[in-house]
Design a protein around this ligand. Structure first.
Ligand SMILES: Cc1cc2nc3c(=O)[nH]c(=O)nc-3n(C[C@H](O)[C@H](O)[C@H](O)COP(=O)(O)OP(=O)(O)OC[C@H]3O[C@@H](n4cnc5c(N)ncnc54)[C@H](O)[C@@H]3O)c2cc1C
Length: 356
């Protein structure tokens, strides 16, 4: 018998990003209210993404279209299916749908990768990662990536409510045992089954100022809004330069949906004609006003979430004219090249026609 040994063909990367249905191939229970979903594209090509970036999932629940962002918790250095790690939010439609309905074989539409929250955009020799709750997901992707690239000088401080709520607990313990990454987990309370033996309470100034070389580290923070506000204040008290601090909030409700209060003074600005061709509406738009805002004034409600050019939900075709688009990673260059824009962060540079 002749055995032919062949070199495995390296899988081609999805460098252009995704805008397609992914198949759930595995569901992993992470904690009592957190699951990791393993997702694969039909052609099984691994996706090129920066650690910390997210996918925007689109689904319809009870006839209502919904979109939500989920960080890719897996690392780009470990090619294979993508993973997202989702915490069940009480009463939240999408997180509960994913937990209850997405099973192996199930399909879900995803676009991405989106976002600019990534250590790769701020290369440094030393990092401080601060997270709370499900905010651990982007930092875990970054940490895995850094560790795969050699010894990593990272201090990782993660806050959880109780020991039962520590996401990726086993992995964090294994990483701590490696030596190059310092991991501290802070729990507010014991769980019903475990008395927490580690640091208790909340992230405080004492923990921060004990971080070695604190002022030489690029700091990445992700967690719920209260945690983010408190951590911002602590970093300022510890005299960490704001330019070294990078953050991502999972809660878009605080910043989404620009209101009329945010409206720029249209009367005193240069005005252009904006035609929303599909809906048949036209409106004047100031040069400092976003097309999303102008659409709202025209009585239209195009899909949108983050209003910061990050989630990609408001992507539309620019049929004529030019805009100044200051996005935050929510649109791929390939789509821009094809005349797509995010209307939430696009201001007209002249008369424009949009396919809305
Ligand atoms: C860039 C980005 C990345 C994200 N990555 C992840 C991720 O990796 N894992 C993950 O679980 N979620 C992540 N989220 C949050 C996610 O998009 C959804 O908001 C969340 O799953 C809740 O959706 P829902 O439809 O169930 O509830 P919603 O109707 O969206 O929210 C219900 C209520 O819960 C609050 N809420 C939303 N998210 C949370 C949360 N995480 N913890 C506590 N309260 C919350 C909302 O403010 C709202 O009041 C991310 C969000 C963004 C913007």
């Amino acid at each position: 018998m002749t055995v032919m040994l062949t070199k495995p063909v390296e899988a081609e990367l999805h460098t252009g990003g995704l805008d397609e249905a992914l198949t759930c191939t595995q569901v992993i229970e992470v904690t009592h209210d957190v699951k990791t979903f393993v997702l694969a594209p039909d052609d099984l090509r691994p996706l090129a993404f920066r650690p910390g970036q997210h996918l925007t999932l689109s689904l319809e629940i009870d006839g209502v279209p919904m979109q939500r962002c989920y960080t890719i918790s897996s690392a780009p250095t470990r090619p294979g299916p993508l993973e997202i790690t989702v915490k069940r939010v009480p009463g939240g439609p999408v997180s509960n749908w994913l937990h209850d309905r997405l099973v192996p074989g199930g399909r879900i539409w995803a676009t991405g990768p989106h976002g600019e929250f990534s250590h790769t955009r701020h290369p440094a020799g030393k990092y401080l990662f601060l997270s709370a709750g499900s905010g651990i997901t982007p930092l875990m992707s970054m940490l895995r990536t850094l560790m795969d690239s050699g010894p990593a000088d990272v201090v990782f401080v993660h806050s959880a409510r109780t020991p039962d709520d520590i996401i990726f607990r086993d992995e964090l313990e294994a990483i701590a045992a490696r030596g190059d990454v310092t991991v501290t987990v802070i729990c507010e309370d014991d769980s019903s089954t475990e008395v927490w033996q580690g640091t208790r309470g909340r992230l405080g100034l004492r923990t921060l100022i004990m971080v070695p070389d604190l002022h030489a580290r690029e700091v990445f923070t992700c967690g719920p809004p209260g945690y983010m506000t408190a951590t911002r204040e602590l970093l300022s008290q510890a005299a960490v330069e704001p330019t070294q601090c990078h953050e991502e909030s999972f809660d878009l409700t605080a910043r989404a949906g620009s209101t009329d209060d945010d409206a720029p003074d249209i009367a005193s600005s240069q005005r252009y004609a904006v035609e929303f061709r599909r809906s048949g509406f036209s409106v004047e738009c100031g040069d400092q006003e976003t097309l999303l805002h102008a659409a709202h004034r025209a009585g239209l409600k195009p899909p949108s979430m983050c209003t910061e050019g990050m989630c990609g939900t408001c992507r539309s075709s620019l049929l004529a004219g030019q805009v100044d688009m200051q996005h935050a990673g929510g649109i791929r260059q390939r789509d821009i090249d094809q005349g797509e824009i995010l209307i939430c962060c696009s201001k007209p540079l002249g008369d424009v026609v949009v396919d809305i």
